[in-house]
Design a protein. Structure first.
Length: 190
C-alpha cells in the first residue's frame, strides 16, 4: 500500500514539475516575442527620425530664406525647395513638400505622409504606426514662432502606437522628439 501511495505522490509531483516547465516555456516565449517586438519598433522610430531630418534639412534649397516655409501649423508643415526628393536632383522648378499625419484605414492606423507636389514620395512616402504629431517652429535665434517666413528650425513630437504581438499585453506607445534645422534657410540668415 505504501508503494502505491509513493507512486501516486511521485506522479503528482512529476506532473506539477512538468506543468511548471511548460508554463515557464510559454512565459519565456512571450518575453522573447515582446523584446523582439520592442526592438523592431525602436528601429522603426530611428528610421522615421532619420527620414524626417533628411527631408527637412533640404528645405528651402534655392529659395529666399523668408519664403522656404509656406505653412507652419502644429499638425503639418509645408515648405518649398528646388530639390526633387523623388529623383534626388536639383531642378529648375520649385517643389512643394508637405508633412502631415493621415488615417490609412488599415491595421497600420495613422501614417505620417511626406508628399511632394501632391504625390507621396515612394521611398519616404509613408511612416506607419504614428498616433500623433506636433510641430513647434523656431527662428534663427531659437525663439518660438508661428510666422512661416521666420521659421529656421522645427521641433517635431511624434507619438508611435502599436498593438502587441497576438493582441496580448499592453499597447506599445512611445514618444520621440526631434529638432530639425532648415539648413539652407538657416545659413542664409534671418
Amino acid at each position: 500500500m505504501n508503494v502505491i501511495l509513493d507512486l501516486i505522490g511521485s506522479a503528482m509531483i512529476a506532473s506539477l514539475l512538468i506543468l511548471m516547465m511548460i508554463t515557464f516555456q510559454y512565459q519565456l516565449r512571450d518575453t522573447a516575442e515582446r523584446t523582439l517586438f520592442t526592438a523592431t519598433m525602436i528601429d522603426h522610430m530611428d528610421t522615421a527620425a532619420s527620414k524626417l531630418n533628411s527631408v527637412i534639412a533640404l528645405a528651402g534649397i534655392g529659395m529666399p530664406a523668408d519664403s522656404a516655409v509656406v505653412s507652419a501649423e502644429t499638425s503639418r508643415m509645408v515648405f518649398r525647395t528646388y530639390w526633387n526628393y523623388e529623383d534626388n536632383v536639383l531642378t529648375p522648378a520649385p517643389h512643394s513638400i508637405m508633412i502631415k499625419v493621415v488615417d490609412t484605414g488599415t491595421e497600420y492606423g495613422k501614417a505620417l505622409t511626406i508628399v511632394q507636389d501632391g504625390v507621396p514620395l515612394t521611398d519616404l512616402g509613408y511612416i506607419f504606426y504614428i498616433d500623433a504629431i506636433s510641430f513647434k517652429y523656431y527662428t534663427k535665434l531659437d525663439v518660438l514662432t508661428t510666422t512661416a517666413r521666420s521659421v529656421r528650425s522645427a521641433e517635431i513630437f511624434l507619438t508611435f502606437r502599436r498593438d502587441p504581438p497576438r493582441g496580448e499585453g499592453p499597447v506599445l506607445r512611445t514618444k520621440i522628439q526631434i529638432k530639425c534645422f532648415l539648413m539652407n534657410s538657416y545659413m542664409r540668415g534671418a
